[in-house]
Ligand binder design. Structure first.
Ligand code: HEM
Length: 203
């Protein structure tokens, strides 16, 4: 199991409380083919996992404290409705976000992974946002903002992939595998968003 996950608040990967994904393993296979995600990409993601393992705290801080916190229409999703900070919400979801980096790189993309993809997506929607940490904040993160922010995740991960002295080719392959995984994940997240009755409102 990647990392020590037992002390991560609200992290329920593989638990029986996580519903089965409405996307199937066949759907996942189809998406992998569409983005050309191969066994080579799987190997380079494992390499990326070992490279990123001790950097996940810094990476998530980079995304959330250095970037999201400075963009009001994004920052509000981790705050109370009056804009005041919710430090525990941030700290707890940061821990899960950090673990997701390791899960992306080191977990097999099996049924548990697929189920947790749906769970994470739902935790950004009005179906589940705020519940894990029992907070009052915005009711959902618009899907369009998530998709747009993907560019930032993809760009900013590069220096962290370079940080352990791998050659240019290895870094390029790790980066490519990361980007393909991000695309597959965002395609998967689109499904629960589209299944929400009020989906047009959460775009
Ligand atoms: C770019 C793609 C994104 C990825 C891959 C991502 C990933 C994650 C992960 C892994 C978690 C923790 C899930 C869990 O509970 O185990 C999370 C939670 C959260 N994310 Fe994102 N996120 C993305 C975009 C965003 C954006 C743009 C925002 C808004 C600024 C955002 C706001 C949040 C919030 C508020 C939570 C806590 C949700 C809750 O109430 O449980 N995320 N995210």
């Amino acid at each position: 199991m990647p990392g020590n996950v037992s002390d991560i608040p609200g992290y329920t990967y593989g638990a029986s409380t996580v519903a089965a994904s409405s996307a199937t393993l066949d759907d996942l296979q189809r998406l992998k083919i569409s983005v050309d995600f191969t066994e080579q990409d799987e190997r380079y993601l494992r390499m990326a996992g070992t490279v990123l393992e001790d950097q996940v705290e810094r990476i998530v801080n980079h995304w959330r404290a250095n970037i999201i916190a400075g963009i009001p229409h994004l920052a509000r999703h981790s705050r109370s409705l009056d804009g005041s900070p919710l430090p525990d919400y941030l700290a707890r979801s940061n821990r899960r976000f950090q673990q997701w980096i390791l899960d992306t790189c080191l977990r097999p993309y099996d049924q548990d992974w697929l189920n947790y993809q749906q769970e994470i997506a739902l935790r950004h929607t009005s179906v589940k946002k705020n519940q894990t940490d029992n907070v009052v904040s915005t009711s959902y993160v618009p899907y369009s903002d998530i998709l747009a922010f993907l560019v930032v995740l993809n760009d900013t991960i590069k220096p962290y992939l370079e940080a352990k002295g791998h050659n240019e080719s290895d870094v390029a392959h790790m980066h490519e595998a990361w980007r393909k995984s991000m695309h597959v994940q965002m395609a998967l997240w689109a499904k629960p968003y589209m299944e929400i009755e009020s989906s047009s409102l959460e775009w």
